[in-house]
Ligand binder design. Structure first.
Ligand SMILES: Cc1cc2nc3c(=O)[nH]c(=O)nc-3n(C[C@H](O)[C@H](O)[C@H](O)COP(=O)(O)OP(=O)(O)OC[C@H]3O[C@@H](n4cnc5c(N)ncnc54)[C@H](O)[C@@H]3O)c2cc1C
Length: 285
């Protein structure tokens, strides 16, 4: 493994100064569960790592009707939050099945999104919750919809010197349920496919639906045309069968060490169907 320098700033200002001084040879690191693995694999060879773990403001969880989640919040904290379990169940479920307790003790939600793996487990739940992300760099702050962050496998619209500071989740309406589903080779594994659904019901009819899938396209994907198909309808088995077929047609999976493309395609339809069923049942409660 190539040697690298390691810096531990205590503020964003200090982190930006370091990044400027190191002129693009440095990489931010949070929990390191992606970065260190990639360095060990020699997939990346940064001259320096700038740790964000000492930056307190990235660790805040704030209620503001919805939720403001610091990018440095650990999956272990999401798993343990009663508020997230009650109000944003799909995100809670994703946190509970991401990797294993040892990884969840250090891995951050910001790291999961900035790493931009198509299989990132936090992406589908945050996409259906219509989360925004806040990015801050030496030039100031900007916000974008999470959906616009992902530009390709491992690629984002974030500039290298920018830090993701928070993830902003709007409040959810009444009679709304969410659910997350994942299939891996074994439990605790990176997803073969994952999916999340949000369903709002009014007098038994779906008036809002949000769907997202992961590991079946170059980026975590919102399924907007399928959402439109569901809105205005009752969630019944006949509709769900049709949705399953539409999902299989909408995705563009690859074959890799975890699965064939054919299996991913088939299973993504099943996962979305189950997630809608679960979200609708929760919306009724
Ligand atoms: C054994 C194992 C199992 C795993 N299983 C899963 C799984 O089931 N599901 C899953 O989704 N992932 C899984 N992962 C991947 C990984 O744990 C997650 O993606 C994790 O959330 C990454 O967070 P981190 O804080 O460790 O990121 P890091 O490794 O520190 O960083 C990841 C990337 O994000 C950038 N970054 C981090 N934080 C910020 C920030 N605030 N602003 C700007 N850039 C930032 C870094 O520069 C780097 O490019 C697994 C990894 C391992 C090693």
């Amino acid at each position: 493994m190539k040697r690298f320098d390691y810096y531990q700033p205590e503020s964003l200002k200090e982190a930006f100064k370091l990044m400027e001084k190191l002129k693009g040879d440095a990489l931010y690191v949070a929990g390191g569960t992606d970065v260190i693995v990639r360095i060990k694999q020699k997939a990346i060879e940064p001259e320096a790592l700038i740790s964000l773990r000492g930056v307190e403001e990235l660790k805040e969880i704030r209620e503001n009707g919805g939720l403001s989640l610091g990018a440095g919040v650990l999956f272990r904290e999401i798993e343990g939050s009663g508020q997230i379990r009650q109000q944003f169940q799909a995100l809670h479920e994703a946190a509970c099945v991401l990797a294993n307790p040892q990884i969840r003790n250090v891995a951050t939600v910001g790291g999961n999104l900035c790493n931009a793996a198509p299989s990132a487990d936090s992406a589908p739940p945050l996409l259906i919750l219509e989360a925004e992300v806040e990015l801050e760099g030496p030039g100031g702050k900007r916000k974008m919809m999470l959906e616009d962050l992902f530009t390709g496998p491992g690629q984002t619209a974030k500039e290298p010197e920018e830090v993701m500071t928070r993830i902003i989740i709007p409040a959810q309406g009444m009679n709304t349920g969410t659910a997350f589903m994942k299939i891996g080779r074994v439990s605790q594994d990176i997803a073969i496919a994952n999916a999340a659904a949000l369903v709002s019901l009014e007098e038994g009819v779906c008036n809002k639906c949000r769907l997202a899938v992961g590991a079946v396209a170059p980026v975590p994907l919102r399924l907007k045309s399928i959402e439109e198909k569901i809105e205005g309808q009752k969630i019944e088995e006949e509709l769900l069968q049709e949705v399953e077929k539409m999902v299989c047609e909408a995705v563009s999976p690859i074959t890799d060490v975890r699965s064939t493309a054919e299996y991913r395609r088939a299973v993504s339809g099943v996962l979305v169907k189950r997630a809608i069923r679960q979200a609708a049942a929760r919306a009724q409660q």
